[in-house]
Design a binder for this molecule. Structure first.
Ligand code: ADP
Length: 265
């Protein structure tokens, strides 16, 4: 299994390895585009399973949203050649087969959906499948991982304390400029000088946004700007089209952001 490239920022890899060794569920907290998905892809390919030669276990990802039902996670009866057959959902597949199940943006799911993970997150690691009457004991190489974005979650959408306290929480933020430059250079395939400039743009715009202007500029956005620059788009234009997604509804802030870009490049 090839290892997706990940640049560590703090002790997140050590924390995850330790949680994996104890099979403790993990919650990745942090803003969008800061590296949570890449981190879990990297760690899934890296961890040592107990029950087959490693490294690496399968990663089953579910993007949570407010229409996601418990059945979407657990499974349902489907009609196949005029017969009803039970089909495991992604959570059940991971628990049965021994995979990491990554519930991205778990707080977006309805509360009656989030509750189905409870019995898998305590020491018994059980999943009751009501529809079939099965009480599934999770595979020893199953791990539940979830993410949340505290930034744009309305308070009523935050995870219930009874859910949240079941997880080991690892907090992510946007990387310091030198590390973000290394990430942007690698991911966009651009010269270090350009990547450093983009990282500076990110740092300055975030400082500007701390006053409360929308979502922060993400590492993902800076990587996208770098990719456009590698294709020959001038830096100002590359930043403008990428930042439109951040400042699109605030023309004044957008103009101020481009002034920052002009200053840096
Ligand atoms: P999130 O899941 O937090 O929304 P992603 O993991 O999708 O964010 O990150 C967006 C992009 O930013 C990734 O595809 C990758 O190119 C880059 N990235 C951010 N942080 C890192 C990191 N620490 N190491 C490697 N790539 C990173």
């Amino acid at each position: 299994m090839s290892l997706p490239w990940y640049h560590p920022i703090g002790d997140e890899m050590d924390l995850f390895e330790a949680a994996w060794s104890e099979r403790l569920p993990v919650l990745l907290q942090g803003p969008t585009g800061c590296g949570k998905t890449r981190f879990i892809e990297h760690m899934a390919a890296r961890v040592q399973p107990r029950h087959h030669p490693g490294p690496g276990v399968a990663l089953v990802t579910v993007a949570c949203h407010d229409d996601l039902t418990a059945n979407d996670l657990v499974g349902r009866h489907l009609l196949l050649n005029e017969q009803t057959v039970w089909t495991d959902g992604p959570l059940t597949r991971a628990a049965r087969g021994g995979a990491i199940c990554y519930l991205d943006e778990l707080a977006e799911a309805r509360r009656d959906t989030t509750v189905v993970v409870h019995s898998l997150t305590d020491h018994r690691r059980l999943l009751p499948i009501e529809k079939t009457g099965e009480l599934l004991q999770a595979h020893p190489d199953f791990l539940l991982v979830a993410s949340t974005n505290p930034g744009y979650q309305a308070a009523f959408k935050a995870l219930k304390p009874s859910t949240r306290q079941r997880f080991v929480e690892i907090t992510f933020g946007y990387p310091p400029p030198a590390q973000e430059a290394a990430i942007v250079a690698h991911e966009a395939g651009i010269e270090p000088a350009w990547a450093q400039a983009l990282a500076q743009v990110g740092e300055r715009l975030r400082a500007m946004q701390d006053g409360g202007l929308g979502d922060h500029v993400s590492t993902r956005a800076l990587v996208h700007a770098g990719q456009l620059m590698r294709r020959g788009i001038p830096p100002r234009r590359a930043c403008a089209v990428v930042l439109a997604g951040v400042f699109g509804d605030e023309p004044d802030a957008g103009a101020a952001a481009l002034d920052v870009v002009d200053l840096v490049f």
